[in-house]
Design a protein around this ligand. Sequence first.
Ligand code: FES
Length: 100
Amino acid sequence: MAWHPLLPETELPEGAMRAAEAAGVRLVLCRHRGRVHAFEDRCPHANGPLTGGNFADGRLICPWHAWEFLCETGALDFNPAIVLRRFPVRCQDGMILVDA
Ligand code: FES
């Protein structure tokens, strides 16, 4: 794993979701309550692209069958045993970096 600069912090304001890619992995980035979260952009239900869905109230909502994942944990709301693949994030010199 290595740290990859993805985008300026200003491009991910509070409540926003963005697509990105690092080390050949498609990612979904989101910011909730000031914190940036990064997950693989793949729903564990049937591999739907989370970036094609919505991000509201700290929940990533899959566009295919509306499963909702809590961004603070990555867990599916109705079954916390199902969790998105999370990547470490840090912010440095105004950039968002992901360890992938
Ligand atoms: S593929 Fe995401 S809810 Fe079905």
